[in-house]
Design a protein around this ligand. Sequence first.
Ligand code: SF4
Ligand code: SF4
Length: 97
Amino acid sequence: MASTALACRPGCAACCTAPSISSPLPGLPLGKPAGIACPQLDAELRCRLFGQPERPAVCSSLAPGLEMCGDNREHAMTWLTRLERATQPGVKPLAAH
Ligand code: SF4
Ligand code: SF4
């Protein structure tokens, strides 16, 4: 069977920026708000907590995928922002004017 695994794009960090994270992490004891770059990103936009127990489980379970990542960061930010809005009860998508 052909593999559909995708490598994470260096310098992207869309999934460390667009979504909220409900669990606490170093620097953000109440979790991470949506749309804010995680303070655990280093200068190369890599996770400083990779492989450490402080890394939130949601981060360890998230795998790159074509639907989410697309072929550029803008795609990933748009997709993840839509997902964030769709999964927040009581928060409706912005109305078009
Ligand atoms: S959105 Fe995809 S490519 Fe971008 S950092 Fe996350 S896993 Fe990597
Ligand atoms: S803890 Fe690491 S993987 Fe999770 S959002 Fe922050 S930088 Fe990204």
